[in-house]
Design a protein around this ligand. Sequence first.
Ligand SMILES: [Zn+2]
Length: 163
Amino acid sequence: MADVEFWSEDRAFGLQIPTERLSRVLELSRTAAPEETGGVLAGYYTDAHNCAVVTEASDAPPDSRSGRTFFVRGTTELQRWLNKLWRRERRFYLGDWHSHLGNEPSPSPTDLTQLKEIANDELCKCPEPVLLLVGGRAANARDVRAYVFPKNKGLIELYSAEL
Ligand SMILES: [Zn+2]
């Protein structure tokens, strides 16, 4: 199973996602069109702790709210899903993904606020949340970009050689 990798220019931060998970994210994005959709990314970090390895990408929790230009991820069932992943495979919350159909897959001011909140949330224990954004035309969404938001550094874009 091939993975798609994204790295920061200095290669200090990376994100890796299996092709089949990425395909599922693209499919969910297209299905939800013309509205945005999204979900949670779970997995683990490499031993060097410089790369978030995504193993799971969730659908939108049922209490999520969305429109053509916004997506607010809900939380229903999420903690239970994460608890189960932790118990079974030691996988945990890494960040979020959502679609920006018909738009640039770059973070909106709302997205940046949410990333900052997650990075600074002591309970969340996720000081370096990742964000995967899907853009492009609704029927053909495949412009994917990845970002990391280290608590002390702010937004960093990750680039992929494969896409
Ligand atoms: Zn957004």
